[in-house]
Structure formats: structure tokens, C-alpha cells
Design a protein around this ligand. Structure first.
Ligand SMILES: [Zn+2]
Length: 198
């Protein structure tokens, strides 16, 4: 097969994701400013040492839910990160309640999102959703970065014209067609691209 550069659909937004030869760190670091989110929180206790807080995140780190619900785990974890919530304040000596606002994107909903999946166990990833609802937009699965523990090495899987391809820079035949979606046993990140507006 002729090796050719993979150009994502998000080129339309004057951006290009290059999944070839990227290690996870380089891959996300160049793009993370676009994915920056902010969440404010406010403690109910007048004597709280830090009543108002702002939490900025440059990467979208989602954690596996504590209970196993019937719903899609990844969507649930994304919802949990972005939704408003009320929690006990964690400031030392404070017994107030801390109210968190909705988490929002600092620069508006980005044309793509990269979910950091390193906290997830392989069995929790049996079902990777093709669609993700985020910040009132629909995102479509574009690809994934995979980590090989033994070789300490990253590779990428992505869909192109409806087929799954796997790219591994260490192999002689480094681009292969997968007959079915890859098993994300060592998933590092998921890449979703914003669907076109209706
Ligand atoms: Zn407090």
C-alpha cells in the first residue's frame, strides 16, 4: 500500500491532525491550548480559606465512573467532568459545601477533542462510542492512540473511508488495514472530531 499522509476532516477548520509518528505527549501538547477548559467553584462556608476557586485544565482527563451503569461509560465520564456539581469542600478545616459551575471551553467548543484515557482499564473500554455529546455539540470518533507496554511505544488507529487502519512506525509494513475496530487494550487517548452543524 502506498503510504500517504492522513489528512483529517478538520482541515476544513484550517487545522490538521497528524497522527503519524506522534508520541502522545507531542501530539496533545501542540493542541492542548484549543482544548483548555475552565470551571469555577464557590464554597458555602464564609470562613473557608479559599471561597472562590478557578480550575483550568489543558487536557481532558476523564476518570472511570465508580459504579458500573447501564449507560455508555465514556459519555458518562465526560458528562461528569463538564457538569455542575455540589461536593464537600476539601479545604483544610472547612466543612462547607462547594458548588462547581459547568466546565466550559475557554475558546469555544474546539473542532476536535482528545480524551486522555490513561486512567482506564482495558475491560472498561470494551465499548468505545462512535458518537460523543460534549458542550452541546456532537463529536465523531476519528481515531485513537495506543500504547504498547512491552515496547514502550505508541501507535495510532483511525478510520478512513469507513475502514479502520493501524499505523505503527516501528513495523516494516507500518500501515495495515484492520478488518474490525481495533481492540483498545492499551488505549492511550481517543480523538473525536466535531460533527458538521445541521
Ligand atoms: Zn470551603
Amino acid at each position: 500500500m502506498k503510504k500517504r499522509q492522513y489528512n483529517s476532516k478538520i482541515q476544513k477548520a484550517s487545522l490538521e491532525i497528524d497522527l503519524f509518528g506522534n508520541e502522545h505527549e507531542n501530539f496533545t501538547r501542540n493542541l492542548e491550548n484549543l482544548m483548555m477548559t475552565i470551571q469555577e467553584s464557590f464554597c458555602s462556608n464564609l470562613r473557608c480559606p479559599t471561597r472562590v476557586k478557578e480550575s483550568q485544565q489543558r487536557t481532558i482527563n476523564i476518570n472511570p465512573p465508580h459504579e458500573i451503569p447501564h449507560r455508555d461509560l465514556i459519555q458518562l465520564a465526560v458528562d461528569e467532568l463538564f457538569c455542575s456539581k455540589l461536593e464537600l469542600c476539601e479545604e483544610y478545616g472547612c466543612d462547607g459545601w462547594r458548588e462547581f459551575s459547568q466546565r466550559v471551553f475557554c475558546h469555544g467548543p474546539p473542532p476536535f477533542v482528545i480524551l486522555n484515557m490513561q486512567q482506564w482499564k482495558s475491560e472498561e473500554l470494551a465499548y468505545v462510542p462512535y458518537y460523543l455529546g460534549l458542550s452541546d455539540h456532537k463529536y465523531l470518533l476519528e481515531g485513537a492512540t495506543l500504547f504498547n507496554k512491552e515496547e514502550h511505544h505508541y501507535s495510532a488507529a483511525f478510520q478512513i473511508d469507513g475502514y479502520w487502519m493501524h499505523y505503527d512506525g516501528l513495523r516494516n509494513v507500518n500501515l495495515i488495514l484492520l478488518n474490525k475496530p481495533p481492540e483498545f487494550l492499551l488505549l492511550s487517548s481517543l480523538v473525536y472530531v466535531r460533527a458538521a452543524e445541521k
